[in-house]
Design a protein around this ligand. Structure first.
Ligand code: NAP
Length: 316
């Protein structure tokens, strides 16, 4: 990959934040309020994965909870009130070798003295037959987005974590029946979510079971499964399959530039600094984070204060 550092995109900044989820928006809000020369680059619209969360009830300050959209929209407005510039671009590659970091965008390149990566993560796929073919035709990775299409339907949710259990409960607002297919006999989700799901009459748990394939002609008709203890294979008649089995980090554009862990998450130290001085990361993209909105926000504050400290000590 070659970088044209001359005229194609003349912008040079002190700090560029990549990603507009809660972490990126918080870092942007702090930096803009501190009158830094900062810009935030976001591929789509600001908000990140939280936009696909129907209701957030564990973010402090909202005693009755808040919708994912309202929370992130409010974060964006707060950052923009302090003058944060948000631009819509995708960072395709980076060169962090010199004091000036180079970012390759579809429309040219950008230079910056420091970077905060807050690109987050995206839904993990199962990698089974029928999954790709039927994506958008009954296979979904977002209950909040697609739930209303499944009124009175029978559907399956794959996974046993917070996302799967929370989304399964949301889906019962529309569906007549929701199977939750989990590969063990115990959920990973937090106890309060488990209790609510166990009390929901529309949810039936299918334990010790993994999905094998998804079948259907024009849309999903069947989910084929295997019991991991008995080896018995079965088929459930369902109209939708929601795959909610965790996330993978959005770090392809960083490969070879900063140290990543085995799963591709960015390794950071306690100051949220990556293996490259002047490059920081926060939120779901980082290794060993609890992956909560509140922790993403806290990590972002640490990252931006560390970046400001770096800029002060490394005057260009
Ligand atoms: P997660 O906690 O990693 O859970 C993923 C689930 O999918 C696990 O139950 C896992 O099974 C299962 N799984 C993984 N790969 C699978 C495969 N190939 N086939 C079948 N099942 C598979 O992911 P998450 O639920 O998306 O949560 C991610 C993070 O966000 C967590 O830290 C969570 O606490 C947080 N979160 C919090 C909230 C909230 O606070 N309300 C809401 C959503 C998410 P095993 O259990 O056997 O590993």
């Amino acid at each position: 990959m070659t970088f044209n550092n001359n005229t194609d995109h003349p912008e040079t900044h002190d700090l560029v934040i990549i990603g507009g989820g809660p972490g990126g928006l918080t870092a942007g809000m702090y930096a803009a309020r501190d009158k830094q020369d900062v810009v935030l680059i976001e591929k789509l619209s600001p908000g990140g994965q939280v936009l696909t969360t129907d209701w957030v009830e564990n973010y402090p300050g909202f005693s009755e909870g808040v919708s994912g959209f309202e929370l992130t929209d409010s974060m964006r407005k707060q950052a923009e009130r302090f003058g944060l510039k948000i631009i819509n671009h995708e960072v395709q590659n980076v060169d962090f070798r010199g004091d000036m970091k180079h970012l390759l965008l579809a429309s040219g390149s950008m230079k910056t003295r420091s970077v905060i990566v807050g690109t987050g993560a995206q839904p993990r796929k199962l990698g089974i037959d029928g999954e790709d073919l039927l994506t958008g035709k009954g296979v979904s990775y977002c209950g909040t987005c697609d739930g209303p299409f499944y009124r009175e339907a029978t559907i399956a949710v794959i996974g046993g974590g917070d996302t799967a259990v929370q989304e399964a409960m949301f889906l019962t607002r529309f569906a007549a029946k929701v199977y939750v297919i989990h590969r063990r006999d115990e959920l990973r989700a937090t106890k309060i979510l488990q209790e609510r799901a166990f009390a929901n009459e529309k949810i039936e748990f299918v334990w010790d079971t993994v999905p094998v394939s998804i079948e259907g002609q024009k849309g999903v008709e069947r989910l084929c499964t295997r019991n991991v203890k008995t080896g018995e294979e079965s088929a459930l008649s369902v109209e939708g399959v929601f795959v909610l089995v965790g996330t993978t980090p959005i770090t392809d554009f960083l490969k070879g530039s900063v140290d990543l862990d085995e799963q591709g998450f960015v390794k950071v130290d306690r100051r949220q600094e990556t293996s490259v001085p002047g490059v920081f990361a926060a939120g779901d993209v980082t290794s060993e984070t609890p992956r909560q909105i509140a922790t993403a926000v806290g990590e972002a504050v640490t990252a931006v204060l560390s970046a400001e400290n770096y800029l002060e000590n490394n005057e260009g």
